[in-house]
Ligand binder design. Structure first.
Ligand SMILES: [Zn+2]
Length: 297
């Protein structure tokens, strides 16, 4: 696995980082947020422009090429990943710059009243073609958000996937798996990533992603699920129904199972990353507990 040097704390401090991925493709990191850059024959395409990074993203792509910006793509409707597109349009002038997104992303921006990113001007479906380069568009990533979109391109013999907020290489996943909207759909997204044919992934944050990084997350989720099952079989639901307070079992039963699973998870994953584990792990067990509870999984 070819990783970019440095940990994610350093990533916050550098003005920007650039890593060439293939003939025409680049990874750009600004403030621990990642952007994919495609340099075409005549112009440049960016996938995502995170909030408060626009000017530095421009500097990064100007360090790569002097070709003009011609397009910006939105991976999903979270402004923290796409919010500075308007800043970029203002800086370079909005002429001839297309804003691409799927119908689902466009509709989510509208229905959630996310007004910071520049308006979508081109709707994409199964393919995104930019100056003869073709991305396959994957609309089936539903866990983080229902509109989350993956982009896969083969360039210079390398298959590069842009898929955001699913894995965070070199660190544990963020709290509640990056505020996952549907933890079971998210688990399926992780499984699906491993069935796809790709070599390197541009993730939303931190370092470049590889299949090994996805396997780590897959095992972590499976372990949590298995520990939750063990917790259910140990805990006595009726023992928590004795209080006169309605729903006291919420606190009693669910916390008994979650604490049990959390302690097993700590035995396997806490050592060497104690501070990080203590910040994120309980919320991750909790979010999976309720997603499984609702479906009797
Ligand atoms: Zn997101």
């Amino acid at each position: 696995m070819q990783k970019v040097e440095g940990g994610h704390l350093e990533r916050f401090k550098k003005p920007f980082e650039v890593q060439r991925l293939s003939k025409n493709m680049y990874w750009v990191s600004v403030a621990n947020y990642n952007v994919t850059v495609l340099v075409g024959e005549a112009g440049v395409l960016l996938i995502d422009v995170p909030i408060h990074t626009g000017k530095r993203v421009l500097k990064a792509f100007e360090a790569i090429t002097d070709k003009p910006l011609r397009g910006i793509v939105y991976s999903h409707a979270h402004a923290d990943h796409v919010g500075d597109s308007g800043v970029i349009l203002k800086e370079v002038g909005a002429n001839n710059i297309d804003i691409y997104a799927t119908e689902e992303v466009r509709d989510a921006l509208i229905s959630h009243n996310v007004t910071l990113p520049a308006s979508v001007t081109k709707i994409i479906s199964d393919k995104l073609v930019f100056e003869g380069h073709t991305f396959d568009v994957y609309k089936n990533f539903d866990g983080h958000t229902p509109d989350n979109t993956g982009f896969l391109i083969e360039d210079g013999g390398r298959k590069i996937l842009h898929a955001i907020d699913l894995i965070h290489p070199d660190q544990l996943e963020f709290r509640s798996f990056a505020n996952v909207e549907d933890a079971i759909a998210y688990k399926n997204d992780i499984d699906y990533l491993l069935t796809m044919d790709w070599n390197v992934m541009v993730t939303g944050h931190s370092n470049l992603g590889y299949k090994e990084d996805v396997k780590f997350v897959q095992e972590y989720i499976r372990d949590i699920q298995s520990y939750i099952h063990q917790g259910h079989s140990k805990a006595d639901f009726s023992a928590h129904l004795k209080s006169d307070t309605p729903f006291a079992w919420y606190d009693g039963y669910s916390n008994e199972v979650i604490d049990f699973a959390f302690n097993l998870l700590a035995e396997k994953y806490r050592e060497g990353r104690e501070e990080e584990f203590d910040i994120v792990a309980w919320s991750q067990v909790e979010v999976l507990f309720w997603a499984m509870f609702a479906r009797a999984l």
